[in-house]
Design a protein around this ligand. Structure first.
Ligand SMILES: Cc1cc2nc3c(=O)[nH]c(=O)nc-3n(C[C@H](O)[C@H](O)[C@H](O)COP(=O)(O)OP(=O)(O)OC[C@H]3O[C@@H](n4cnc5c(N)ncnc54)[C@H](O)[C@@H]3O)c2cc1C
Length: 176
C-alpha cells in the first residue's frame, strides 16, 4: 500500500460524486476535527476522510482505496489507544455517523450499526429494561470494543461483549 497518496483530482471528484456522506480533504474545514482520536498524542493525516452515511458509502470507500492502493483506517468510537482509527496518507473511513441501533421486539437482540458507541446502545436498551455487555464507559465504540473482546460491568454474569455477539452482517442491510 502507498504510504502517502498522490491522487488525481478527477478520481477524488468521481469518488465524491457517489458518496452520500462528505469526503474530506486536508483543505476541508472539518478535516482537522474529524481526524482527532481519543489519544491526543496521535496526529495522523489521512489523504482523505470518508464520512460514511450508508453501506453504499462504505462499499464505495473500500473500492476506492483498493483501486488507488491506499491504506485504510476505520473509525468507530476512536478510542483505540494506538490510534488505529486514523492513518497517514491513506483513506480514513469514518463510521461515526452510522450509529443506528434497533432493539428487535421480543427477540432479546439488538442490531447496531458499525459506527455506534455504547451510549447509543444504552439509550435504546435501557428504557426497555434490557442491557448487553459493553465496556466500563459509554464513549467507546461498539465495533472496536467488541473486536477486542469487550470487558465491562456485566462480565461476571454475562461474559464479554464478543461472547454476546450473534452475527456480524457485512452485506448492505440498513438498520432503520
Ligand atoms: C478511556 C478508555 C476506556 C476504555 N474502556 C474499556 C473497557 O471498559 N473495556 C474494554 O474492553 N476496553 C476498553 N477500552 C479499550 C477499547 O475497547 C479499545 O481501544 C477499542 O478498540 C475501542 O474501540 P473504538 O471503536 O472506540 O475505537 P476505534 O479506534 O474507532 O477502533 C478500534 C479498532 O477497531 C476497528 N474498527 C472500528 N470500527 C470498525 C468497524 N465498524 N468495522 C471494522 N473495524 C472497525 C478500527 O479500525 C480499529 O482498528 C477503553 C479505551 C479507552 C481509551
Amino acid at each position: 500500500m502507498a504510504a502517502t497518496a498522490t491522487l488525481a483530482a478527477s478520481s477524488i471528484e468521481s469518488f465524491r460524486s457517489i458518496m452520500r456522506g462528505e469526503l474530506l480533504e486536508p483543505s476541508s474545514p472539518s478535516y482537522d476535527t474529524t481526524r482527532i482520536v481519543w489519544n491526543g498524542m496521535i496526529d495522523r493525516r489521512p489523504a482523505l476522510i470518508a464520512r460514511c452515511r450508508s453501506f453504499a458509502d462504505v462499499e464505495a470507500s473500500v473500492n476506492f482505496a483498493r483501486e488507488e492502493r491506499l491504506a485504510i483506517a476505520i473509525r468507530s468510537g476512536g478510542h483505540n489507544v494506538a490510534g488505529y482509527a486514523v492513518c497517514d496518507g491513506g483513506l480514513m473511513i469514518d463510521m461515526s455517523l452510522m450509529n443506528g441501533v434497533r432493539v428487535a421486539p421480543g427477540l432479546d437482540r439488538v442490531f447496531v450499526e458499525g459506527g455506534a458507541i455504547w451510549a447509543d446502545v444504552d439509550a435504546a436498551t435501557t428504557p426497555l429494561g434490557r442491557a448487553t455487555p459493553g465496556g466500563l464507559i459509554s464513549a467507546t465504540g461498539v465495533a472496536g470494543l467488541t473486536l477486542s473482546g469487550g470487558i465491562g460491568w456485566l462480565r461476571g454474569s454475562h461474559g464479554l461483549s464478543v461472547d454476546n455477539l450473534l452475527a456480524a452482517d457485512l452485506r448492505p442491510h440498513p438498520i432503520a
